[in-house]
Design a protein around this ligand. Structure first.
Ligand code: GLY
Length: 253
């Protein structure tokens, strides 16, 4: 049974960081309802949902995935690329210290967890506006003794690597080929998002199902055609904050 750490939607969410999206009016109360429903789905799929302390003054604090990389052996606390997000990591570190030895990305490294795709002993890390080569070098040095290979991945067109590619099953990726090159991931087959749904590549595999935003039905049909069980979740307001389903939890297996 995994633990899923989440954090409440901040009342300041409408002031979140945006990189590739235009700012639109955002209904924070609705975002909080979406988040609560997401937590309910995680619990139904077998996760024990634990809450990090609220950070009402940090607009992006709900997107806890960006604050740490949790592996079986260690948790690496990130140094987020957006300075506004760096204060989010202290409470994540305090919580994860109860579960894993901690390591930290240090200046001048910057790294967002949304750029990190774990595939067994291979850890793909997107080179983005948030994640720089210095952090990738640090991560590689921290994880090599634990027998992980860290592989930098260039991509374009979206905020994080996992905005454009996620792992939906053993050996199977969901990917937007306009943003991420499937050839970067040897040993994997890729399902492409429907071209009408470029933001549909972010999915969360958990408990034998795939959690996926309900507003991407055409891509959901593609996942179902692969035999995957999809759990649609409402995410329209959180998506306006440039978020996906992976961003809203930190899973400990
Ligand atoms: N709003 C999500 C992020 O930019 O980090």
């Amino acid at each position: 049974m995994p633990i899923a750490y989440t954090r409440a939607v901040s009342p300041t969410l409408a002031d979140c960081e945006l990189t590739h999206l235009e700012r639109e009016p955002l209904d924070v109360a609705r975002a909080a309802r979406e988040h609560a429903a997401y937590e309910t789905v995680l619990a139904r799929l077998g996760a024990t949902v634990l809450h990090l302390p609220p950070e009402p003054d940090l607009p992006d604090a709900v997107f806890v995935e960006d604050t740490a990389i949790v592996l079986d052996e260690i948790a690496v606390i990130t140094r987020p690329g957006a300075p506004s997000r760096r204060p989010e990591t202290a409470s994540t570190a305090a919580a994860l210290a109860a579960h894993r030895p901690l390591a930290h990305i240090r200046t001048p490294g910057t790294l967002d967890g949304g750029d990190v795709l774990v595939a067994g002993r291979r850890i793909y890390v997107g080179l983005s506006k948030r994640t720089n080569p210095a952090a990738i070098e640090q991560l590689a040095a921290l994880l090599a003794p634990l027998d992980y290979q860290v592989i930098p991945v260039a991509f374009a067109g979206c905020l994080h690597l996992k905005s454009g590619v996620t792992r939906v099953a053993e050996g199977l990726l969901l990917l937007n080929p306009a943003w991420v090159d499937p050839r970067k991931f040897p040993g994997h087959r890729a399902v492409a998002v429907d071209p009408a749904e470029p933001h549909a590549a972010n999915a969360l595999a958990i408990g034998g199902s795939v959690v996926h935003p309900a507003h991407h039905p055409r891509t959901r049909a593609r996942l179902e055609a692969e035999g995957l069980r999809v759990e649609p979740v409402e995410m329209t307001e959180l998506a306006k904050a440039e978020a996906g389903v992976t961003c809203c939890s930190l899973l400990l297996h």
